[in-house]
Structure formats: structure tokens, C-alpha cells
Design a protein. Structure first.
Length: 289
């Protein structure tokens, strides 16, 4: 009996239906992204080649990708790709998948251009997307980025080298400010972070894609979700120049708590909240005296 020849269109339709049956969000989009990744074609190119045959070797790999997606492995981990600030980055399960909301941090920094070269410290760099996006857009910046996870720094270094930022970004391993304490010059114009801020009790409310695959250390921050943010707000003034700025991401219900934490610290001169696409307070920008 002859082996069935699958074509792009019918393979997309079958996969979409299979994903729908297993309650996968965005089933058509996921089918297109996975098949496009496998065939090294954009989604537009797939539409232009609907009648193209997909042969057995590719089908075997595609079946494995489908199985992993049904097991709720995130698409970005299956393709090892995520776009951030219109740049392509490598990601895998060692790092948190960058979210669109985090772009507000980079955009705010890029809008606040100083007249002189700036020193910037990123806390918890993960895949390195914030530091790298800033380095590409502001090549005069001196950037140090830290992370507690050696595995995460491996991904960040891969991305740094791929984007030709090796000379402009220094990665250091350690918890929050610990890695920079031995440095002779440890004052910065900017301290930036997308810290973990999810409450531990919210674990079961997360989607399986996040809960079962993304790194716990990058997600959860104690019972109130503020264990890292609390330390960062308290310690950052020790590492900022006069009029230096601390900017970081928060959860969509944490603005009031974070406001109280900032107001407890006399070193801060003023602060602002920046809203995300849903109108939620998402990014905090605080300036020291």
C-alpha cells in the first residue's frame, strides 16, 4: 500500500484540529509556527506553498513536536526562538520566555537618554534580552548583568555573542547585588530588573505551559510575591549614583504594595508607575536623591 503524501495545507488543518481536541490555546497559530519552524519557512511562505508535499523525515520530526506541544511544552522552547524588541533570541527551558510587557522597561530607558555614557546594572538577566536590547540601541552604555542561575547565564552568553555584544556586556553569577560587591566601581546610573514576582500560592492558577516548563526560580518570590522586589528596593540606593534610577517589572496587582515599599525608603526622591497594554501598572521607575 502506498504511503500517504501529506501537503502543507492538510497537515496544518489536521494539526489544528488535533490541538483543538487537546485544548491547546491558539491551535492554528501553533500549528503554523511549528510547521514553519520545521520547514524553515515563514507563516506567509507556508500560505504561498499550501500544496507543497511534506516528506516522511520531516513528518517524523513534526510528530514529535506535536507530542511535546500536547504535553504543554511552550512553542518558544520547541522552536528555541522568541522575538523581543524586534530582535530574535535563543530560549530554552533554562530561562523564562520574554514577555511583551517587559519591553516597556527597555523603551523607557531608551526614551530617557542621558548626555553622557551611562553605567547600567541588570539584576536577574535570564536570557539576556533586556541587557542586549539596550546594548544594541545604546552602544555607549557600560552594562553589567547578573543572574543567580549559571544555566541561565549560559543562554544569555549565547545571545550576547549572537548579537555581537560581547565587548559591551559583562555577565556575573550570583544573588542580586552580591556579584558586584567586589568591584572597585559599583555605582550605576540605572538598575533594571524583571524579577520573579508570582506568589507561591498562585502556582496552581498558572497555565501548564508556564507552571510545568518555565524555571521556578524566575517565577516565584515567596508567599506575597515580593521577596525579591523588597530586597531590591531596599538595597538599590547603595549602588546608584545621585539621581540614579531603579526600574523594574511588577505583577498586575502589586502596585499598592510596591508603592508602600518605596515610600519606606527615604533615599528615593520620586517614582512613577508605567501601565502595560491592558492598562495595568506594570513597570516602576524610581529615582534616588
Amino acid at each position: 500500500m502506498a504511503t500517504k503524501i501529506w501537503h502543507v495545507l492538510e497537515l496544518l488543518e489536521w494539526t489544528t484540529g488535533y490541538f483543538e481536541k487537546h485544548h491547546i490555546p491558539n491551535p492554528r497559530l501553533d500549528a503554523e509556527v511549528l510547521l514553519g519552524h520545521l520547514l524553515q519557512k515563514s507563516r506567509l511562505q507556508l500560505y504561498l506553498h499550501f500544496d507543497m508535499p511534506v516528506f516522511q523525515d520531516d513528518l517524523t520530526v513534526f510528530r514529535e513536536l506535536i507530542k511535546k506541544r500536547i504535553a504543554r511544552t511552550p512553542i518558544s522552547y520547541l522552536t528555541n526562538r522568541k522575538e523581543f524588541m524586534s530582535l530574535d533570541f535563543y530560549v530554552d527551558e533554562r530561562v523564562l520566555i520574554p514577555r511583551p510587557e517587559t519591553e516597556f522597561i527597555v523603551e523607557t530607558i531608551l526614551k530617557t537618554k542621558g548626555g553622557t555614557p551611562q553605567r547600567l546594572l541588570e539584576i536577574g538577566t535570564g536570557s539576556g534580552v533586556i541587557a542586549i536590547a539596550i546594548a544594541i540601541n545604546m552602544p555607549e552604555y557600560e552594562i553589567i548583568a547578573t543572574d543567580i542561575s549559571k544555566d541561565a547565564l549560559g543562554v544569555a552568553e549565547k545571545n550576547r555573542d549572537a548579537h555581537d555584544c560581547t565587548e559591551r556586556i559583562t555577565f556575573l553569577q550570583g544573588d542580586l547585588f552580591e556579584p558586584i560587591k567586589p568591584l572597585d566601581s559599583s555605582r550605576f546610573n540605572w538598575i533594571v530588573s524583571n524579577p520573579p514576582y508570582i506568589m507561591s500560592e498562585e502556582r496552581d492558577n498558572l497555565s501548564p505551559d508556564v507552571r510545568e516548563h518555565e524555571p521556578t526560580v524566575a517565577l516565584f518570590a515567596g508567599q506575597d510575591g515580593l521577596s525579591i522586589i523588597r530586597r531590591m528596593i531596599a538595597e538599590a540606593p547603595n549602588y546608584l549614583h545621585p539621581e540614579g534610577k531603579l526600574i523594574f517589572e511588577i505583577g498586575d496587582k502589586q502596585a499598592a504594595s510596591v508603592k508602600a515599599l518605596i515610600e519606606e525608603q527615604p533615599a528615593y526622591q520620586n517614582y512613577w508607575f508605567i501601565k502595560d497594554y491592558a492598562g495595568k501598572d506594570r513597570v516602576v521607575l524610581a529615582t534616588v536623591e
